[in-house]
Design a protein around this ligand. Structure first.
Ligand code: BGC
Length: 832
C-alpha cells in the first residue's frame, strides 16, 4: 500500500489540452488562450474587485458591481468575453495583444497564470515579450497593472505600447440602458500620465476613477471614438494601428483611458512600469481647485506612491503574504491529490470570492441582477469564517439586519447600501434558518458568544437604541419560532415562494411568460409545505441546542430539543415514502417527490437535510434514503437533483419544470446540494462513498474530460449537466456557488473530520478504508493544531484514541480548549 506521502509525489495531475496546475506556486497555468469557455479569476480581497479572464477580459468595481462599476463590460457579447484590461503592442507596424484578444494576431506565444488575487499574462511575438500582471494590493482601492517589456531579439526594438480600458459611469444598469443620458454626461481630466474619469462629479457624486501610468507617456486618448473609431471594433482600433494617440479629451459619448508608451530597447534589454486604476472618494477635501477643475490631491498621492521604485513589487509581496497567512489557517496532506489541491488552495480561494461577491458578479451573474443573497451569504460564511472571522461577524450582523420582525427576510440586499432589495422581496421560508447556521458556525470558530448580544434591529422597524434587546440572539429565536409557527396541514413548515430550491414554486401557478416564477404567486393563504425546510429546521434546532448547552442555558437547550423532537415526529410520520423522504406538499396538499408521482419521484434536498438533521438515525431510514440517492440519483458527474426529470411545464410546481431535462433544478447536477449528501455519507460512516461523491463534482478531477466539462478546472461549478441532458457533464455557472463553502465544510469537517465545535476543535474523520491516515494543520482561536491521523486497522470512522501534546484525552469529545497561542500536537488513531 502506498503511504500518503508516496501518493502525493507519485500522482501528478497530467496537463489537459489547455493548461495545468502549478501546485507549488498555487497557480493554474493556461497554455493556450482559446479555452473551452473564458476562464476567470478575481482580483481583490477587501472592497475593490476585478474580474479578469485568461485573455484579460473583465471589469472593475468598488464594493458593489451594480452601483460602483468603474470600468465597462458588455455581458453576453460576441465573443462571450470582450472588453477588459487591454494592451496593444505596435512593434514595427505589427499590432498584437499579449493576451491574444482582441486582435488575435497569429503567432503570439501565450501563457496565463491565474494565481491568488492576481493574473499574469505573457505574450511574445517576433522576439518581443510583454508580461502583464494584474492585482489589487491588500487594503487598497486600486488595481495595479504591471508591465514588463523584454527585447529577446538580436536587434534594437522601438515598440509602442497602448493601454486601453473603458470607463463605466458607476451605476452599471443606468450606464448601459439610459443612453440618452449616458452619451451626454461623460467628463474627464488629464494631468501628466493620469487620466481622471469624473462623470457626474459636478453634482451628487464625490468620487472618481483614476487611470494613471507610472512612467512618462508619449500620448493619451480619452475618447473611445478617437481611439477605436465609430465603425471599428476592439480588434481593429484606429490608434494602435496608426501608431499614435491623438490626445483626445472626451466630452460626452464614451470616455476611455488609453496611454501611449514609446520604448527603445537594445537587444536583451527590458523595461518595467505600471498603471494604476483607482477608485477615489473625495472625503473632506474641497471638491474643486478651480471652476470645473477637480481637486486631485488624493489621486496624485496614489500616483506618487506607486511611481516610487519598489512600490509595485512590495504590494505584490504583501498580496502573497496575505494569502500565505490566510491559507495557513487550514492545510492538509491527505492521500488524494485533488482533495489536497482544492482544500489547501483553490477551495479556500473560491470561498473568499463567494464571501465577497455572493451571487453578484461573475461570467454568469451580471453584477446588476443579484446583490447579496440572504441564504446564499449565510452559507458562504461557512467556508470563510476560519479565514477572517472578524469580517464574518460583520457580515452576519449586516445580513441579520435585513430580516423582518416577523421572521421573514429580504431575499437579497445591495452590498453598498446594505438595504434589502424590495424588488425580489421576501417570503422564502428557508432564509431565516440559514442565519442560525452561520451564527453558530461563527461561535464554533471563535468561541465568541458576545456576538449574540450585538443589536442589529429588524429591517421593517426604525432602529432605536432602546431596541437593544432585538439583538442577534433575538433574531435566531425569531427564526426558530417562525418555522415552528408557520406550518401547514401536515405539520411541516410552509414553503412560501420557495425554499433552498428557488425553482420549486408551489404557490406560483404562472401561465404568463412575463411573470416571475417566484413572485407571481401569493403565499398568504397557501398550504404548500417543504420537507427540506423541516430537515433544515432539525439541524438548526440541534445547533441552537448545542449553543445553549455551551452557554449553560439548560432550559433553552431543552426547549430546542423539544422543537427538534416535535419536527422529527412530523417528518417520520408524514414524509417517509417507503424508501426515501418525500420533498413537499403542494398548495392542494398533493405530495411532491414520491413514488406515486409520475416524474420528480425522488429529490436530493430532503434526503440530505433530513439525514443531517437526525431523521432516520434510529430506524434505518437514513441509510435507506442515502442508498436510494445512490441508486436513483448518483452519476459519475455527481448527484442529479431529482428523477425522473420533468418533461413538461407544470404550473403547480413552477420554474423547476420549465427547464429542459438535465438542466439546473430540473435534474441537473446542482453541486451545492451534492455536498449535503456527502456529509450524510460521513455521518453514516461511509468514507468510500464520501470520497467518490466528492470527486464526482471536483473540477480538479475533470482533466481528462475537459472538452466536455468546459469550465475552469480550479473552481466548483454551480451546475453540471445531468444525465438527461445531451451535454451530460458540462459545467455552468462556475465560481459563485454555495458549493464552495459547503465543499470546504464537507471535506475539511466531514471527510477529514477537523471540526470546530462550541467547546473546541473536534476530530472525527470519515475516510476511505485504504487511507493510511493524513495530517492537517489548523489554526483555531489563536492556537495552532498539528493533527496526525493514523488508520492502522483500515476503518472509515471512529477515533479510538486521541492524544494532545502526548497526553491521552477523551477521543469522543472536542479537544479541551485553552487559549495560549501555542502550537499543539494532536495524534488520533482510528479503529474500533
Ligand atoms: C441561488 C440559491 C438557490 C439555488 C437553488 C441559486 O442560483 O443563488 O439561492 O438556493 O440557486 O435554486
Amino acid at each position: 500500500m502506498k503511504t500518503h506521502e508516496d501518493a502525493n509525489t507519485m500522482t501528478q495531475t497530467p496537463p489537459n489540452k489547455y493548461g495545468f496546475f502549478d501546485d507549488a506556486k498555487r497557480e493554474y497555468v493556461i497554455t493556450r488562450p482559446d479555452t473551452p469557455l473564458p476562464w476567470l479569476n478575481y482580483l481583490g480581497q477587501d472592497e475593490f474587485f476585478g474580474l479578469c479572464t485568461n485573455t484579460a477580459g473583465g471589469y472593475t468595481f468598488w464594493k458593489d458591481a451594480k452601483l460602483r462599476r468603474l470600468t465597462r463590460y458588455r455581458y453576453n457579447n460576441v465573443p462571450y468575453d470582450l472588453g477588459g484590461r487591454y494592451f496593444y503592442v505596435n512593434d514595427g507596424g505589427e499590432v498584437w495583444n499579449p493576451g491574444w484578444k482582441p486582435v488575435k494576431t497569429k503567432n503570439v506565444a501565450y501563457e496565463c497564470r491565474h494565481g491568488l488575487g492576481y493574473t499574469r499574462i505573457v505574450g511574445e511575438r517576433d522576439g518581443l515579450e510583454v508580461e502583464t500582471l494584474f492585482f489589487v494590493p491588500p487594503g487598497e482601492n486600486l488595481e495595479v497593472w504591471k508591465v514588463t517589456v523584454r527585447n529577446k531579439s538580436a536587434q534594437r526594438k522601438t515598440p509602442k505600447l497602448f493601454s486601453y480600458q473603458e470607463f463605466c459611469f458607476f451605476d452599471a444598469l443606468n450606464d448601459m440602458t439610459n443612453l440618452q443620458r449616458t452619451y451626454s454626461i461623460g467628463e474627464v481630466e488629464v494631468e501628466g500620465s493620469a487620466i481622471y474619469h469624473k462623470t457626474e462629479f459636478r453634482e451628487r457624486r464625490n468620487h472618481y476613477t483614476l487611470f494613471a501610468c507610472t512612467r512618462p507617456i508619449a500620448g493619451f486618448d480619452t475618447s473611445r471614438d478617437a481611439f477605436v473609431g465609430i465603425h471599428e471594433g476592439l480588434h481593429e482600433p484606429k490608434v494602435p494601428f496608426a501608431g499614435a494617440c491623438t490626445n483626445s479629451i472626451a466630452f460626452g459619448w464614451n470616455p476611455i483611458g488609453a496611454h501611449q508608451v514609446d520604448l527603445d530597447l537594445a537587444p536583451g534589454a527590458e523595461e518595467s512600469f505600471a498603471f494604476v486604476l483607482a477608485y477615489v472618494e473625495q472625503g473632506d477635501e474641497p471638491k474643486y481647485d478651480a471652476p470645473f477643475v477637480m481637486n486631485k490631491k488624493v489621486g496624485r498621492a496614489i500616483v506618487e506612491k506607486y511611481s516610487a521604485p519598489g512600490a509595485v513589487d512590495a504590494a505584490l509581496a504583501a498580496l502573497k503574504k496575505y494569502w500565505d497567512d490566510l491559507l495557513g489557517n487550514f492545510q492538509t496532506e491527505c492521500p488524494n491529490e485533488h482533495a489536497n489541491r482544492m482544500l489547501n488552495t483553490w477551495n479556500q480561494y473560491q470561498c473568499m470570492a463567494t464571501f465577497n461577491m455572493s451571487r453578484s458578479a461573475s461570467m454568469y451573474e451580471t453584477g446588476i441582477g443579484r446583490g447579496m443573497g440572504f441564504r446564499d451569504s449565510n452559507q458562504d460564511l461557512l467556508g470563510f469564517l476560519h479565514m477572517i472571522p472578524s469580517r464574518g461577524k460583520q457580515r452576519i450582523l449586516d445580513i441579520a439586519a435585513t430580516q423582518l420582525s416577523d421572521g421573514t427576510c429580504f431575499h437579497q440586499y445591495q452590498p453598498l447600501t446594505k438595504k434589502g432589495n424590495a424588488e425580489i422581496g421576501g417570503d422564502f421560508y428557508d432564509d431565516h434558518l440559514w442565519l442560525v447556521l452561520s451564527t453558530c458556525a461563527y461561535i464554533k470558530e471563535t468561541g465568541d458568544v458576545t456576538i449574540l448580544q450585538e443589536p442589529c434591529g429588524y429591517a421593517d422597524k426604525e432602529y432605536a437604541s432602546a431596541d437593544a434587546q432585538e439583538n442577534l440572539l433575538h433574531h435566531l429565536e425569531t427564526s426558530i419560532a417562525y418555522t415552528m409557527k408557520k406550518r401547514g396541514p401536515h405539520g411541516l413548515p410552509l414553503i412560501g415562494h420557495a425554499d433552498w430550491n428557488d425553482c420549486l414554486n408551489l404557490n406560483c401557478f404562472s401561465t404568463e411568460p412575463n411573470e416571475s416564477f417566484q413572485l407571481a404567486g401569493d403565499v398568504k393563504d397557501s398550504k404548500a409545505e417543504s420537507v427540506m425546510i423541516a430537515g433544515l429546521f432539525l439541524y438548526a434546532a440541534n445547533e441552537m441546542d448545542g449553543l445553549y448547552s455551551f452557554m449553560g442555558k439548560a432550559a433553552d437547550a431543552n426547549r430546542m430539543r423539544a422543537h427538534h423532537a416535535e419536527m422529527l415526529a412530523v417528518i417520520e410520520r408524514e414524509t417517509w415514502d417507503g424508501e426515501w423522504y418525500t420533498r413537499a406538499y403542494d398548495a392542494e396538499g398533493r405530495v411532491v417527490g414520491s413514488k406515486s408521482n409520475e416524474e420528480g419521484k425522488i429529490f436530493i434536498e430532503s434526503q440530505g437535510w433530513c439525514v443531517l438533521g437526525g431523521a432516520g438515525a434510529n430506524n434505518g431510514r437514513a441509510k435507506q434514503a442515502m442508498e436510494s440517492v445512490h441508486k436513483h440519483l448518483f452519476t459519475k458527474n455527481g448527484v442529479v437533483l431529482q428523477q425522473p426529470a420533468y418533461s413538461t411545464y407544470n404550473k403547480d410546481l413552477g420554474e423547476v419544470t420549465s427547464y429542459p431535462p438535465g438542466v439546473k433544478e430540473n435534474a441537473g447536477i446542482f453541486s451545492h446540494n451534492n455536498t449535503w449528501i456527502n456529509l450524510g455519507w460521513c455521518l453514516l460512516g461511509d468514507g468510500e462513498r464520501a470520497l467518490e461523491y466528492y470527486l464526482s463534482i471536483c473540477p480538479s478531477a475533470k482533466q481528462d474530460q475537459i472538452e466536455t466539462y468546459r469550465g475552469e478546472p480550479y473552481v466548483y461549478a454551480q451546475m453540471i449537466a445531468g444525465k438527461d441532458a445531451p451535454c451530460f457533464g458540462e459545467a455552468k455557472n462556475n465560481w459563485l456557488t454555495g458549493t464552495a463553502a459547503w465543499t470546504f465544510v464537507t471535506v475539511s469537517q466531514g471527510l477529514l473530520g477537523v471540526k470546530p465545535d462550541f467547546a473546541g476543535l473536534r476530530i472525527d474523520p470519515c475516510i476511505p478504508k485504504a487511507w493510511p491516515g493524513f495530517t492537517a494543520t489548523r489554526r483555531f482561536r489563536g492556537n495552532t493544531y498539528q493533527i496526525d491521523v493514523k488508520n492502522p486497522s483500515g476503518v472509515c470512522k471512529g477515533v479510538k484514541s486521541l492524544r494532545l501534546d502526548g497526553k491521552d484525552i477523551d477521543p469522543q469529545a472536542p479537544i479541551p480548549f485553552v487559549a495560549d497561542g501555542k502550537t499543539h500536537q494532536v495524534e488520533a488513531v482510528l479503529g474500533a
